[in-house]
Design a protein around this ligand. Structure first.
Ligand SMILES: Cc1ncc(COP(=O)(O)O)c(C=O)c1O
Length: 389
């Protein structure tokens, strides 16, 4: 079966944040919304079928995950990432961002230091700050157009109060797929200083052509023992509104501390539709995933080529994973706020402002290309007209 990703679907009046918040953020409902990291593609049919099938039963009572839930996840991770995960290591998590907050709350104390690598997905800051922990920034360096970790800076910032490191693997923004060597070095440093690593791997199943995802926990024995890994089908299969993710924690003591917190807060259960949809993704989603990634790769190539040929002042960081392009707009000669306004008001485009991702976000915007190619063509045309005007 060939899926149609060219289709344009009207998302107005569905509560879609990407659309509903445009007026408040960009000053108009008419901007093309290319920001929130969900896709404008139709959520695949096998997900709706699974939900419909569950609706055939007349009672939507309190339910456990179906018996296929964990085996389908274990098989998926083994087949896609060559990681043999044991059943007792894993459990349901009601969202990855909530999971990050639970990790902060269960594994650190108020006042402890938590390391993040900006520019990075902004809720990483919120879960630290809002729980009264201290953010320590270990900014990424840009080397030959790609993000690299700065280990010297990292080691210089670790103190006896540094307890947790939140890793984005692959990285958002920028779509960097961290390789074995980088993750191994990170694990060495964190193990030496007894720092726990939470590896957010929500983008793991969306690695683009020529790249391969490496789960942090697989790079060494230390990495497995000091880490919590969070994964989800939600972003890959465009169903983040259903809220379904999982934790994987090989170390028994760490797992106990985390799970005790979940249990004490009554946070261990999901909803029946999320369970059914998750099984459907892992059992039936491979063909859709492949075709979706091929289409996204085509969109990335289109935008990169268009900018190179027509607006070379804007330099895209070429993503190795996912559908988010990090645009370096410094050569347009505007401050970040001005740039954001220029995109919204002159080009009619709603993108994420770079500085929301912290240090290193100055002069940048993040562009979501998980839309119909026709929309992206329109967006690039509007941008070009604004720049040459
Ligand atoms: C790195 C990263 N983590 C987590 C999330 C969201 O996860 P969830 O919806 O499960 O809280 C996103 C969404 O953009 C993301 O990019």
């Amino acid at each position: 079966m060939t899926y149609n990703f060219d289709e344009i679907i009207d998302r107005r009046n569905t509560g879609a944040i990407k659309v509903e918040r445009c007026k408040a953020l960009y000053g108009s409902e008419d901007v093309l919304p290319l920001w929130v990291a969900d896709m404008d593609f139709r959520t695949p049919d096998f997900i709706f079928e699974a939900i419909r099938e569950r609706c055939e039963h007349p009672i939507l009572g309190y339910s456990m995950p179906p018996k296929e839930f964990y085996p389908s996840l274990i098989d998926w991770i083994n087949n896609h990432h060559q990681w043999e995960v044991k059943r007792q290591w894993i459990g349901f998590l009601p969202g990855i961002v909530p999971g990050l907050s639970f990790a902060v709350q269960s594994l650190t104390q108020p006042g402890d230091e938590v390391i993040v690598q900006p520019p990075v997905y902004y809720p990483f800051f919120h879960v630290v700050k809002n729980n009264n922990r201290v953010i320590v920034n270990n900014p990424l360096k840009t080397v030959n157009g790609k993000f690299e970790m700065d280990f010297e800076d990292l080691e210089s910032k670790i103190t006896p109060n540094t307890k947790l490191f939140i890793l984005c693997n692959p990285h958002n923004p920028g779509g960097r797929v961290w390789n074995n060597e980088t993750l191994y070095r990170l694990a060495e440093i964190c193990a030496k200083h007894r720092i726990i690593v939470v590896s957010d791997e929500i983008h793991a199943d969306m690695v683009l052509t020529g790249h391969k995802h490496t789960p942090f926990a697989t790079v060494s024995g230390d990495a497995a023992q000091i880490s919590l890994t969070f994964m989800a089908p939600s972003k890959t299969f465009n169903m983040p509104g259903l809220i379904s993710s999982s934790y994987i924690i090989p170390n028994e003591e760490l797992r106990k501390r985390f799970v005790d917190f979940l249990e004490a807060s009554e946070l261990t259960g999901g909803n029946i539709f999320a369970y059914a949809a998750t099984v459907a993704c892992y059992e039936k989603g491979e063909e859709w995933r492949k075709q979706m990634l091929e289409y996204v790769q085509g969109n990335v190539d289109f935008v990169v080529d268009f900018l190179k040929a027509n607006i070379p002042q804007i330099k895209p960081m070429i993503p190795e994973a996912s559908f988010l392009i990090w645009l370096d707009c410094e050569e347009l000669g505007m401050e970040t706020d001005e740039l954001f306004d220029f995109f919204a008001k002159k080009a009619g485009l709603g993108l994420n402002k770079g500085t929301t991702f912290g240090t290193g976000g100055e002069y940048h915007l993040r562009l979501n290309v998980a839309s119909s190619r026709l929309i992206l063509k329109k967006a690039m045309k509007q941008l070009l007209n604004a720049v040459i005007r």
